[in-house]
Design a protein around this ligand. Structure first.
Ligand code: FAD
Length: 187
């Protein structure tokens, strides 16, 4: 019996969407399954965040990312990646979390849970995991780490107004001459 999809892509971030566009170009039938909404990591950026990468380096599938400034804002990027999904008709199921993957090459079964709490299975010949790293922070294992005002992601600063704030770790992945998904960028 034919699989539901040739390729299931877990995660609808920029890398999952880029994988889906490439798969479609290769004549495959991809299915993206996203636990939130597409590019939910970017949607969670601080409201007025601006990328350090240029629009060209963030673009995928050859679809031009045209803005008036060199570095896009969070809002520019959200609009662009929504356009990617509609322009390339990327098949994406949102608000559906993948909970398990079973099987082997050409015979995978991907198990997911829909927003309504239903378990769903999708068969596929191959699976791409594009879940990023923002959902798996490096936890310190120290008391207080789970308090509601402690965050493991860069959040909107407004909620810390007039309060003392401790920032633990100051790194950021800074791709050099690479796009957001690691593919060589032009320029
Ligand atoms: C403020 C800020 C500024 C940044 N600026 C830049 C920049 O200028 N240039 C740059 O290259 N990078 C930048 N980054 C990093 C950039 O956001 C990441 O590199 C990028 O989002 C990685 O894309 P991804 O598709 O690998 O992962 P993500 O964008 O994290 O996407 C992963 C997706 O997988 C979904 N997912 C996770 N688990 C499951 C599951 N079990 N089932 C289904 N779906 C699941 C998540 O909901 C998410 O939508 C910045 C980050 C921050 C916070």
């Amino acid at each position: 019996m034919a699989n539901d999809a040739d390729l299931v892509i877990v995660g609808g971030g920029p890398c999952g969407l880029a994988a889906a566009v490439s798969a479609q170009r290769a004549g495959l039938r991809p299915q993206v399954i996203e636990s939130g909404v597409v590019v939910s990591t970017i949607a969670a950026y601080p409201t007025y965040a601006r990328f350090f990468s240029t629009a060209e380096k963030l673009s995928i599938g050859g679809l031009p990312f045209v803005i008036a400034t060199e570095k896009p804002t969070r809002r520019d990027a959200l609009a662009y990646y929504r356009a990617v999904v509609t322009y390339f008709a990327v098949p994406v199921r949102q608000r559906e979390r993948v909970t398990a993957i079973r099987g082997r090459l050409r015979e995978f079964t991907v198990i997911s849970r829909t927003a309504g709490g239903q378990e769903r299975t999708t068969t596929a010949g191959a699976v791409v995991i594009a879940t990023g790293y923002f959902g798996s922070p490096n936890r310190l294992g120290v008391p207080g780490e789970d308090l509601p005002h402690v965050t493991h992601v860069y959040r909107e600063g407004h909620e810390a107004f007039l309060q003392d704030v401790v920032v633990v770790g100051g790194g950021t992945p800074r791709p050099k001459r690479r796009s957001i998904c690691g593919a060589p960028a032009r320029g």
